[in-house]
Design a protein around this ligand. Sequence first.
Ligand code: PGA
Length: 223
Amino acid sequence: MSMNKLLFIANWKSNKTSEQAVDWLQVFKKNLSKVDWENKTVVVCPSFISVPASSLYIKANNLPVFVGAQDLSGYESGAYTGEVSALQIKEFCEYVIIGHSERRKYNRESDQDVQNKAEMAKTRNLKTIVCVQNEVAPVPKESDFIAYEPVFAIGTGNPDSPQNIAKVFSKINDITGKVNLLYGGSVDAKNIDSFMQIPYLSGFLIGTASLDPDAFINLLSKC
Ligand code: PGA
């Protein structure tokens, strides 16, 4: 019987140069023995510009970590200036975050954009983590993981309550039939324990508490 591993997504957002990303990985590597790797899958999501350096370092040092992108183009490869296509992402990444609330807010991404991106990701077999802010947001059927991330909880130090997360998860499950549910919003080493018993929980999206490698290792060592 294989145990389902919890997924921990480190979302670095628009932080870290590629040099700083590699520094992070070096510190992480020195502390690997503090973490039980049997029960978890860890994905780091650097900015596009830092993805190749991060991925090459992870491969060269055999780190037990996958790389994810924070976004992808809703278009094929081709004449789309500034876009990064699923094929280009697949060269270095296994996972991709789609529809983060910051992209919906600052880049005006619509539910239709999220749908297009999820479809495009699946053409290259990327594992999709689709973010929703509530239980009524449409969820593409191409979502491998659904991350519930209420806006009030992101980067505020004020996470949603385990009781409310459980309610939202159960509604998302009723509506979509999906069980791979992640929670994101002010998760840190101090509060992560309070979320562990939530039904359908498959993992976490972690922003602020993933930026410092020691803080992130500390968080992982609690699970
Ligand atoms: P936070 O960010 O952990 O800083 O709240 C979470 C996210 O936006 O994915």
